[in-house]
Write a protein that binds this ligand. Structure first.
Ligand code: ADP
Ligand code: ZN
Length: 643
């Protein structure tokens, strides 16, 4: 793969090492010194170093890096190293306060300007900016349409412009924001200030559009591998989604934070209520809830440990909570891009995470129907259809999910060892005869009875079931009645789903009735073989120690038993501290850092400083507390062992 596999491997989180650092001489070591001192990390990942050097030297950059790849440091460190204030343009107004709090916790002087502030608050930040008392200033894009903001920026010194979520400038992307179009003006007004645009989504088309609209043709492009090796991709046939979801949460993700995506608001409400009934802390999030409830639920999800957010896709962009341990879809996403973005919210911290999707016949029927009924012209519907086909191909593949996912973004890779098809290879069978039976039932109903039916009725006919509806329509008189008893109901549903996915059958009209396609004729005429994926008997579970390749590289060993209570105690301390300060728990320390403290069990401030994620400011703020807590735990453990 011609890319930055180091970005994917990401070993730095788990390796403790002594920190800084003699006085830096050149820009490179100055950046490294900053990484160690301020952020407490000891090495750059992947392309971070090259990007940072390029921007520090005044160059423009366009950065495509997956979620969790470490994009923020790519502009935060240059902003700290270069003279002046780094201006960060971001559409994520609701998250700015948290982002600024996280930087302040590191001792970085950060502020923001957006519509949530009153005049006094804005004045204060503006004064700090003019006085040169800020390292970073976050701005909502609409602020840049206000002449007053532009004049304010003129009066201060700007070190760089960072354009976060840069795909928002792409009209064909799914998050287009008209305010982003104004960002091309930055270049005209401040030609000497370097610009860095960053995004985690980009098919080739989006990538090109970002470069053109932001006038970044002269910029250096940094394209990382889109692989997220710590995410385990699994796609299961859907039978009872709520029960399947509950099983996943109970057996693999008890107490973990996660997101459950549903297609409709109603299904969000139902699912959240169901999980809550089962004793799981689940909250709903969709565009139909009032703004205050949405904000409150989002805030709890970010601030507390172990909340499950049940949401429509309205939830999630920019949520930088690092410890989302799973993303579950109980309905089929509309495109591979959407699926990749949504699942990408899991495991930003690089620790093992699950992306689980349940999908069934009904999803295919429903989405085809939605496309048929959608507004817009034929070309638009064809595009939607193509998106769905690619998503279905990913669901039905018997090959590695990751290989297929990355191929969608134009990146080649080999079997990953950390997806369901790698962990438990899917079997295929010759479904030609089954397909012929089903298609001829559709054909006979149309031909002999001038009737169309949905999957359920046709399967009943094949299974020879004398239901009321079968008798009412006299379907037991058809020659195909009862010719399909060799397969079970579930198997037949699998057959129909895959015929739909392969375009050998089509859905028509409001009732999800089935009709033949041109390709159906080839199957009926015996000119085309149909290979089908067997429905797995038992669901694949996370294989913690199994797997090979990238899975192994990413997953740090589980905590040793003796470190577990220490980790839990540290987490409890973190929760209390975060609450006291009114910031999200991860602003205090990330899980990965707490895990390392629990295993390394440092006994001095020096040792503690060697832990990844413990920089100068956090060491000064929390160091003594943590050492006290560790001593207390050690004493208690010894007392217990002794008596
Ligand atoms: P992105 O914005 O690309 O999704 P972030 O900037 O939020 O990613 O970084 C993801 C996580 O990785 C964060 O927890 C961040 O602190 C951590 N991180 C980034 N760079 C490094 C590094 N060089 N060493 C260790 N951790 C890092
Ligand atoms: Zn795989």
């Amino acid at each position: 793969m011609a890319d930055l596999t180091e970005t994917a491997a990401r070993p730095a989180d788990t390796v403790p090492s002594p920190s800084p650092s003699p006085a830096p001489a050149d820009a490179g070591s100055e950046a490294l010194g900053c990484l160690r001192r301020v952020f407490g990390y000891d090495a750059f990942r992947g392309d971070q170093e090259a990007i940072i050097e390029h921007v520090v030297a005044g160059g423009d950059a366009l950065v495509l890096m997956p979620t969790g790849g470490g994009k923020s440091l790519c502009y935060q460190i240059p902003a700290l190293v270069r003279p002046g204030v780094g201006v960060v343009v971001s559409p994520l107004i609701a998250l700015m306060q948290d982002q600024v709090d996280a930087l302040r916790a590191l001792g970085v002087r950060a502020g923001f300007l957006n519509s949530t502030q009153d005049m006094d608050e804005r004045r204060l930040v503006e004064a700090e900016f003019l006085a040169g008392e800020l390292d970073l200033l976050y701005l909502a894009p609409e602020r840049l349409r206000v002449e007053g903001t532009l004049r304010l920026l003129d009066r201060g010194k700007i070190s760089l412009f960072a354009i976060d979520e840069a795909h928002c400038v792409a009209q064909w992307g799914h998050d287009f924001r008209p305010d982003y179009l104004a960002l091309s003006a930055l270049h005209e007004r401040w030609p000497d200030v370097p610009r860095i645009a960053l995004t985690a989504t980009a098919t080739e088309a989006t990538h090109t559009e970002i470069a053109a609209r932001l006038q970044l043709q002269g910029a250096r492009h940094f394209v990382a591998s889109f692989d997220r090796p710590n995410i385990q991709y699994r796609i299961a046939p859907k039978n009872d989604p709520k029960k399947q979801l509950l099983e996943l949460l109970r057996t693999e993700h008890a107490g973990d934070a996660g997101v459950v995506y549903c297609l409709s608001r109603k299904s969000v409400e139902d699912t959240a209520a169901f999980l809550a009934q089962q004793g799981i802390e689940a909250l709903p999030y969709h565009a139909g809830l009032d703004a205050a409830t949405r904000a409150a639920n989002q805030s709890r999800f970010l601030r507390e440990d172990g909340i499950v957010m049940v949401a429509t896709i309205a939830f999630g962009m920019g949520i930088d909570k690092p410890d989302v341990r799973f993303v579950a879809h109980i309905d089929l996403p509309k495109s591979v891009e959407g699926y990749y973005q949504e699942t990408g919210r899991a495991g930003r911290d690089g620790l093992p995470s699950t992306a689980w999707l349940a999908y069934g016949l009904q999803d295919v029927v429903q989405q085809r129907k939605m496309i048929d009924g959608s507004e817009g012209d034929e070309a638009h519907r064809r595009r939607l259809g193509a998106h769905l086909d690619a998503m279905l191909a990913l669901c039905e593949t018997v090959e590695c999910r990751r290989v297929q996912l990355l191929a969608y973004f134009g990146q080649e890779s080999g079997p990953c060892g950390n997806c369901d098809t790698c962990l438990s290879p899917a079997e295929t069978w010759d479904g030609t005869i089954a397909a012929q039976k089903f298609l001829s039932a559709v054909y006979r109903l149309a031909r002999e009875r001038r009737q169309k039916f949905g999957a359920g009725q046709i399967i009943d006919i094949l299974l020879g079931k004398k239901t009321a509806k079968v008798i009412q329509h006299d379907h037991d008189g058809l020659t195909v009645f009862g010719i399909g008893t060799d397969l079970s109901l579930a198997q037949w549903r699998g057959v129909v789903r895959q015929l739909l996915a392969q375009g050998l059958l089509a859905v028509e009209g409001d009732y999800g009735t089935l009709v033949l396609t041109d390709a159906s004729g080839e199957v009926l005429g015996g000119r085309r073989e149909v290979r089908l994926r067997s429905e797995p008997e038992r669901p694949v579970r996370a294989a913690k120690s199994g797997g090979s390749g990238s899975a192994k590289r990413a997953a740090p060993a589980d905590l040793p038993a003796e470190a577990m209570p220490v980790f839990e105690a540290l987490r409890a301390w973190r929760g209390a501290t975060a609450k006291e300060q009114g910031v999200p728990a991860y602003v205090i320390f990330h899980d990965a850092t707490l895990r390392e403290i629990a295993t390394a069990s440092p006994t001095s401030l020096d040792e503690l400083a060697g832990v990844s994620g413990v920089g100068e400011s956090k060491l000064a703020k929390h160091g003594e507390k943590i050492l006290d807590l560790l001593t207390e735990l050690r004493t208690a453990a010894e007392a217990e062992a002794g008596g």
